[in-house]
Design a protein around this ligand. Structure first.
Ligand code: PLP
Length: 398
């Protein structure tokens, strides 16, 4: 199989060579337990310390504020559950309609347990209205949870402004920054964020490792109760090779942050501008400027996103559509639906997400393939002469 053109980096990223090298000793010779009293274990504790410093450095935090986790979903669950445990008398949460399922499905679970949740809306560009947030805050609000950047559209939310609004009311604030860390500069030292979560596999570390920032002084209850690891904030023997990998990935992300916002952005812009110019009846989903530098989400009218993905796959190109196949029916993305996209675009939207490993030649391959794919699908589309049907889901189904 030839190497694919991998433009699905918001789903996961390749492990950087340097990261693999940093992990190797801890998968082979240095297998001790960092909690052991002997020198052999102590050697391993050193890499945990170094990685914690690197991770803290990447987000402008103090190393003591970092808890290693297994993934972004765990971090989100730990933060939200810690916040509500710290405020048992408060039974209201605020989040947005466009969060990742790691937050949304936990909120739905909490609703079943008697909590009430306000889901803030977004406009047609995927942006929040901060007045709606202000109005949603109540005396019994335990936590506000808002993502830093959306995984589907890349739209960036103003988390520092939100943190100040939330702080004025003495409410805890959690940020799912899984898509933002390593792509946008963050400095938690100057912000009022209480919890922030990210995940290694989105920034060229392996799967199975993440980090949770807990502001110093914030009351915290562990999700995983066990030994004294992570200063009692997460039980379980640490995943040392992955922690070593995350530390290296954080160091590399710091070095590449500028490139992310210049090199990666310019390739993304070239891809986006050319697709929008060469292919009729398509549009950008999400705010054109307030966006991650690596993400573009484009809706192609009158065709199905899944069909585009299948044909892209034949060209060896990996991308993603917003739809998720749930119980046999193709559900359009909850993010694009919240933005009020018309039916024609909801079903035909594709996300391309780049990384620092993406090359200009790869972008050329996509620019060559996409117009042919869209033309081919439109030629066989039953709706090609009947666009009105696409505005009426019920009619289309008949
Ligand atoms: N939050 C966001 C915004 C994400 O994009 C993802 C993963 O795609 C997650 C949370 C979950 O992260 P993980 O896969 O590490 O559990």
């Amino acid at each position: 199989m030839t190497t694919p053109v991998y433009l699905d980096n918001n789903a996961t990223t390749c492990v950087a060579e340097e990261v693999l090298e940093a992990m190797w000793p801890y998968l082979t010779k240095l297998y001790g337990n960092p909690s052991s009293m002997h020198t052999f274990g102590g050697q391993v504790a050193k890499v945990v310390k170094q990685s914690r410093e690197n991770v803290a450095n990447l987000i402008g935090a103090d190393p003591s504020e970092i808890v290693f986790t297994s993934c972004g979903s765990e971090g989100d669950n730990a933060a939200i559950r810690a916040a509500i445990a710290a405020n048992p008398e408060k039974r209201h949460l605020v989040t947005t309609q466009v969060e990742h399922p790691a937050v949304l499905n936990l909120c739905r679970t909490l609703e079943k347990q008697g909590y009430s949740v306000t889901y803030l809306s977004v406009d047609e560009k995927g942006c929040l209205n901060l007045d709606e947030l202000r109005l949603a805050l109540r005396e019994d609000t335990a936590l506000v949870s808002v993502m830093a950047a959306n995984n589907e559209t890349g739209v960036v939310f103003p988390i520092d402004r939100i943190a100040n609004i939330v702080k004025e009311r003495g409410i805890l604030f959690h940020v799912d920054a899984v898509q933002a860390v390593g792509k946008l500069p963050l400095n938690l030292r100057d912000s009022a964020i209480d919890f922030l979560v990210f995940s290694g596999h989105k920034l060229h570390a392996p799967k199975g490792i993440g980090a949770l920032y807990v502001r110093r002084g914030t009351r915290f209850r562990p999700l995983i109760v066990g030994g004294h690891q992570e200063r009692g904030r997460r039980g379980g023997t640490e995943n040392i090779p992955a922690i070593a990998g995350l530390g290296k990935a954080a160091e590399l992300a710091m070095q590449h942050l500028e490139d992310e916002n210049t090199g990666v952005r310019s390739l993304r812009d070239r891809l986006e501008l050319n697709l929008l110019r060469e292919i009729p009846d398509c549009q950008l989903n999400g705010h054109p400027a307030m966006r991650l530098p690596n993400t573009t989400n484009i809706g192609f009218k009158y065709i199905e996103g899944e069909a585009i993905l299948l044909l892209l796959d034949r060209y060896g190109i990996c991308a993603s559509s917003g739809s998720a196949c749930t119980s046999g029916s193709l559900e359009p993305s909850h993010v694009l639906r919240a933005m009020g996209l018309p039916y024609t675009l909801l079903h035909g939207s594709i996300r391309f997400s780049l990384s620092r490993y993406t090359t200009a030649e790869e972008i050329d391959r996509v620019l060559d393939a996409m117009p042919k794919i869209v033309q081919r699908l439109r030629d066989i589309s039953p709706f090609k002469d009947d666009a009105a049907n696409w505005l009426q889901p019920a009619a289309a189904a008949r």
